[in-house]
Write a protein of this length. Sequence first.
Length: 485
Amino acid sequence: MFEKYDVIVIGSGPAGYVAAIRAAQLGLKTACIEKWSDENGKLVNGGTCLNVGCIPSKALLDSSHRYHDAHDGFVNHGISTGNLTIDVSAMIQRKEKIVAQMSNGITGLLKANNVTSILGSGKLQVGKKVEVTDKQGNVTVLEADNVILASGSVPVSIPVAPVDNDVIVDSTGALEFQEVPKRLGVIGAGVIGLELGSVWSRLGSRVVCLEAMDSFLPMMDQQIAKETKKILTKQGLDIRLGCRVTGSSVNTVNGKEVEVTYIDSNGEQYKEIFDKLIVCVGRRPFTEGLLSVDCGVNLDERGFIFVDDHCLTNVAGVWAIGDVVRGPMLAHKGSEEGVVVAERIAGQQAVMNYGIIPSVIYTHPEVAAVGQTEEELKSEGTDYNVGTFPFLAIGRAVAADSQEGMVKMIADAKTDRILGCHIVGPNAADLVQQVALAMEFGATAEDIGMIVFGHPTFSEAVKEAALSVHGHAIHMPNRKRRQKK
Ligand code: FAD
Ligand code: NAD
């Protein structure tokens, strides 16, 4: 006889732990299996997000922003700081304390909800059995009516720049530098490249981002991407597009620097020497050791676990959520899938709205988006109207020295419903969430324009951009209403 659960979740990242908590809330006997442990062998919950992703990167972004502000920004306010220094190891320790606090918080939450936390590596067997192998190699078999696979993702590696966890690192290593590298190379000018590149650039690194694509942030609205590139370049990030890395070699004499060779889109060859090199060229789904050969679960052609619109795999009672399935690799996307799956297991008709998932790049200023871009709407032939509003004309932004950037609102030309909102500017992450909320309720640009926004707030830029869709913005001369195909 195997110990039997209603639900077994494999993986305790933001997808898995949320699914487990929601399942337990709904009265289901739930276990959550996690293989991550600390140096003392203690179970570590929270996955990539809490341990080496969202939370530690934001801790360092916050610290480095404060340093940068004190260094360059305070003077405008008449504040001088004298001889400013940065203690990198204290900054890293603060980050580690935050990570431990958050991860312990999840362990406490699982316990409080009566989820059984199990340390070990879970492998799905045929018949919804799960084999758990602990660090010593002991194997236990559990059984469940429903199994939720939430094994997450890992960084993609490239043969031209093999990670040695010293000079050449992935995103995890880039959260651990013990001193500020003078010359920092970043392969990939995507979300991680820009966030972690910004951290070290603010602390004094000369940062060069080598990006293979000719366009910058191609998935984003290109007007906002262009504005973002302008702002980040002004801050000192040297973003080189159309650059394909052809090789890297760590100096064999001092072991402390790496020479990187690359070619640009004209075929010109270049080389650069860096003290550290971060490889951040995307992440891939992680399924190693997760599925027994006869468990029957299919992967898609890119290695993601194949699921339907409700995260059900091709095997009845086996579900998969988070980074290990299609869709954006975002913590909140996985968490919401976790809630939906738990509720469907409990017999509810929950559905996930994949059309309204906000995304944010936590540079300064932040870059945030929800819904469709102008490029997507053009390619599908939808008629739309656009309103934009610059933070330069927002009193609160000017008072806060945060006037860079804009809000761009896109509405359906026939119905006026908001189709997308794209922001680069102060507090963009929180501002875009207001629009996500409005979109969930089917709001039009006119609806947002009629809402009273507090003054002076950054959010007035959202209202003004909505007003601008129909040429009614107040604090800016309106250009002729634009209707585009
Ligand atoms: P994961 O968080 O990867 O968790 C999977 C868990 O499953 C892991 O703990 C793993 O140990 C465990 N596991 C795997 N296989 C097994 C097995 N066989 N048995 C037991 N356990 C197993 N997203 C955002 O939304 N906002 C951000 O600001 C953000 N910042 C990021 C910054 C960085 C540097 C990185 C790397 C990522 C960031 N992300 C961010 C992405 C976010 O971290 C992921 O989308 C999210 O963690 C995915 O959640 P998940 O639960 O699917 O997988
Ligand atoms: P990414 O997909 O955002 O960017 C990778 C970049 O590397 C792309 O621009 C790509 O064109 C480029 N690239 C790929 N191969 C290359 C090569 N050989 N040489 C040069 N450039 C190359 O991936 P990422 O930055 O590694 O982040 C991984 C995932 O983690 C993202 O999908 C994102 O969803 C998630 N994440 C989210 C946040 C956030 O929400 N704030 C933060 C960090 C990470």
